[in-house]
Each structure stands twice: as structure tokens, then as C-alpha cells.
Design a binder for this molecule. Structure first.
Ligand SMILES: Cc1cc2nc3c(=O)[nH]c(=O)nc-3n(C[C@H](O)[C@H](O)[C@H](O)COP(=O)(O)OP(=O)(O)OC[C@H]3O[C@@H](n4cnc5c(N)ncnc54)[C@H](O)[C@@H]3O)c2cc1C
Ligand code: FES
Length: 347
């Protein structure tokens, strides 16, 4: 016995697959040649989150509360990689069908080209991929999994736009006990080999006329920089807003990059804030979410579309804030920097 599963995409495109009773929707789609957006396929990353418009299932397989909160589950959201239908189904995805075809994961060999601390807690890392392989093609906002030769692997978002230079730029938050980041900050040296898997993720700029409001917490600025750099090249007159929050003044980075962007994009408004100011601080005070709320509530927000990225607590707070002020789900897109050692399972 199989179930008929209809898939609906953001651009009104439809697809149909069948799903065996012991099969999850991502695997069933793959078996039938459709690569739906997914990364971990273990209920951790939330990339496969979608809306169940119709149909039944027993219980989602085990997953992280960061990937799907109980509130979202109640609203009807599911994780396709954890979903085994027990009836025919209709599922809605918040990305266009073109993403299904474009998403082809590849592996690239590369080496660490530059490593420099750009604030007390953030390192800028440039990886150069091997000349023997094609340059990595990705959409601004996507990320790769970087694997070190010592076996530690973590996800990091590209901050630059794809080009033929083979150069990928990353901003890493350095945690004193972080397996990946402290190794990079203390022990790694240029020339060291790395392997990249990707591109992954669907945190990309939607192609419409709305004003993007980016809310970045710490190194959550990385994918936002990629999107802004892409806008600066393609649509420099586009109105855009960036709210960039950090905990301490010493954490703040990216001033040079943002200065270049504001010169290139005449309608880019950048609002920077910290939670713990010192005497030198002249920007806003508060969390990224609080500063965003203040900005949004004092402005005509009818044309805004929101893109937010950062650590789980910031994502949770921002989602809650946007929900409270009545922002529709389809106007909210986020990337949650779930740290791999904080993955918490339930279900
Ligand atoms: C899709 C995706 C994209 C990402 N992109 C980026 C990026 O561009 N830049 C970036 O800096 N990170 C990014 N991350 C997070 C990154 O993958 C690592 O998880 C993070 O940098 C910690 O790795 P680590 O090995 O240094 O620390 P770990 O060894 O995994 O953790 C060590 C300890 O550090 C603390 N810690 C780690 N992360 C956090 C946190 N967020 N909040 C509070 N405490 C924490 C915890 O105490 C943890 O036990 C991304 C994550 C995802 C899922
Ligand atoms: S693919 Fe990661 S939660 Fe489903």
C-alpha cells in the first residue's frame, strides 16, 4: 500500500509522489527523483519544515524542539524528514519549485586561505576551493558544512556572493570551548585542508518588490551580508533595512563591509545595537529583537518582508515578536544557527 502525497510550492507549482507507510516524505520524494530542501534528515535543522494542509500521520519521528516547536506543530507545521503519512496528503512548501531542482549537494576540497580576528569574539575565515574542481555555485544566504581534517564538522554561511574566484568568506563566532571555532582561532593555520559539503539551506532573498528587513544577531550577519552584496550588485537602488545586534561592544564586527554597502546602496538603512553598551557606544541599546521591534513599530511596515538570522534564542524571540505584531508567516524567513552540541531531542 502507498499513499498519494501532493506537494505545493510557493510559485503555485505542484508535484505528486507516492509514499510507503514506513517511508518519510523526503526519502519518498528522493526515490522519485525530487530533491526537496533538506539537510540533516534527522529532525534537527528545520530546513524541511512545511505545512500540512491535509492528511494524517501517527506521530513525527524524533526531532529537535529548535527545528519544530510544539506551537508550530499545533499550527499544522511538520518536518518532512520526520513525517510518515498514514493517509493521502497535501503539503505546502514555502519555497519555489526551482529550488527543488537547483539543490544539488556537492563536495569541494579546499584550504584555509585567511584567518583573522575581526572583533573580540568573531573570526573572518576565507576558504579557497581547489582549482581542479568547478567553483561552488550557491544562492546568497546559503551555507556549507565545513569538515576539518580532525573530523570536526560544522555549518557556516557564506558572506560573499558566488563568483569564479573560488574564494568563500565566513564569519565565525569563537566560543572558548567550541570544538570547531576555538580550533580555528587558536590552532589552525593557512594552507590547512578542509572539505565543504553543500550548498545547503533555503534562507535566500525572495524575488519580489517588498522591502527586505534583515535582523542579524552576531555572526547571523554572514548570510545577510551575502544577500546585501547581491542586492548591491543587482539592484543598488532597492530599499533595505539592516538591524544588527550584538551582546557587547567588543563583539561588533563588519563595520568596513557595511560602510561599503551603504555607499553602494543609497536606500540601505543600517541600525546597529548592543545589549551592554560602554561609554564609547553611540548606537542603539538592546537585543536585535528589541531594536527591530522599536524600528518596525515606528514605521510604515506594510511593504516589509523579514529575514532574520542568529542563535536560537534570538530566532525564538524575533519569531515571537513578529507573530505578536501580526506579520504573516510567508513574510518571515529565518536561519537558526543551532549549535550542534546544543541539539536537544524530543518526540
Ligand atoms: C545552518 C547553520 C548556519 C550556521 N552559520 C554560522 C555562521 O555563519 N557563523 C557562525 O559563527 N556560526 C554559524 N552556525 C553555528 C555553527 O555551525 C556552530 O554550531 C557554532 O559555531 C559552534 O560551533 P563550535 O564547534 O565552535 O562549538 P561547539 O563545540 O559546538 O559548542 C561548544 C559550546 O559553545 C557554546 N555555544 C555554541 N554555540 C552557541 C550559541 N549559539 N549560543 C550559546 N552558546 C553556544 C555551548 O556552550 C557549547 O556547548 C551555523 C549553524 C547552522 C545550523
Ligand atoms: S532535514 Fe533537517 S529537520 Fe528535516
Amino acid at each position: 500500500m502507498t499513499y498519494n502525497v501532493k506537494l505545493f510550492f510557493e510559485d503555485d507549482h505542484e508535484a505528486a509522489i507516492t509514499c510507503a507507510p514506513d517511508e518519510d516524505v523526503i526519502s519518498a520524494a528522493l526515490r522519485q527523483g525530487l530533491i526537496l530542501m533538506s539537510e540533516c534528515r534527522e529532525g534537527v535543522c528545520s530546513t524541511c519544515k512545511c505545512f500540512l494542509a491535509d492528511g494524517e500521520y501517527g506521530e513525527l519521528m524524533s526531532h529537535s524542539v529548535y527545528a519544530l516547536s510544539p506551537g508550530e506543530a499545533e499550527e499544522g507545521y511538520v518536518l518532512a524528514c520526520r513525517l510518515r503519512p498514514t493517509s493521502d496528503m497535501e503539503i505546502e512548501f514555502d519555497y519555489p519549485f526551482s529550488m527543488v531542482q537547483q539543490y544539488e549537494e556537492t563536495e569541494r576540497r579546499g584550504s584555509l586561505d585567511q584567518i583573522e580576528m575581526v572583533s573580540d569574539t568573531v573570526a573572518r575565515v576565507v576558504v579557497r576551493t581547489m582549482g581542479a574542481q568547478d567553483p561552488l555555485r550557491y544562492l546568497p544566504g546559503q551555507f556549507v558544512r565545513i569538515s576539518l581534517t580532525n573530523g570536526v564538522s560544522r555549518d557556516f554561511s557564506m558572506a560573499n556572493v558566488p563568483d569564479d574566484s573560488r574564494r568563500l568568506e565566513f564569519f565565525l563566532r569563537v566560543y572558548p570551548d567550541g570544538e570547531f571555532s576555538s580550533y580555528i582561532a587558536r590552532d589552525a593555520s593557512p594552507g590547512e585542508q578542509v572539505t565543504l559539503y553543500g550548498p545547503r539551506g533555503k534562507f535566500i532573498l525572495r524575488d519580489n518588490d517588498r522591502t527586505p528587513v534583515f535582523i542579524a544577531g552576531g555572526t547571523g550577519l554572514a548570510p545577510v551580508l551575502a544577500m546585501l552584496r547581491d542586492l548591491a550588485a543587482d539592484r543598488p537602488a532597492q530599499r533595505a533595512v539592516l538591524i544588527f545586534g550584538n551582546t557587547n561592544v567588543g563583539d561588533v564586527f563588519g563595520a568596513e563591509e557595511l560602510k561599503v554597502l551603504t555607499e553602494q546602496m543609497t536606500n540601505l538603512e543600517v541600525i546597529s545595537g548592543v545589549l551592554n553598551p560602554d561609554d564609547s557606544w553611540t548606537g542603539e541599546v538592546g537585543t536585535a529583537t528589541e531594536i527591530a521591534q522599536k524600528y518596525i513599530s515606528g514605521t510604515d511596515r506594510s511593504q516589509f518582508e523579514y529575514y532574520y538570522c542568529g542563535p536560537p534564542k534570538m530566532i525564538e524571540a524575533t519569531t515571537q515578536m513578529l507573530e505578536t505584531i501580526g506579520v504573516a508567516r510567508e513574510l518571515r524567513h529565518h536561519e537558526d544557527f543551532v549549535p550542534s552540541r546544543m541539539e536537544e531531542s524530543h518526540g
